[in-house]
Design a protein around this ligand. Sequence first.
Ligand SMILES: [Fe+2]
Length: 127
Amino acid sequence: MPRLFSFDDFATGSEKVRSYADKHSPVIICESEAERNKPFRVKVKIGKSVKHPNAKDHHYEYIQLWNLETLIGEVKLQRASFGDDPVHIEADFTFIPKVSLRLTALAYCNKHGLWRSEEVFVKVDGE
Ligand SMILES: [Fe+2]
């Protein structure tokens, strides 16, 4: 079982440690309410404020979006598509919610492992 990191694991560390955690943490960006059976858009951004390297030996390989234990979708990343400079990689997901959501994003850095976002609750109208 791989270790699963989050920003909170490093929140009490030094500024350098918190910067390390920040640039690895996926952040879910979406509305807090959705309409049942209507397309709902969610953006996942890597790094709250600090950009992550995008070098050949150090980059992100994929971003996943989960609703509890159900995988909603996965974006596999081609490193070269985002250049060679540090970057906030983003992935957009659009899906049809039927019940309220407890969303979590996972993202994999090839050098520093698997990172999870904070959980985001989305109330779906009409339940
Ligand atoms: Fe990394």
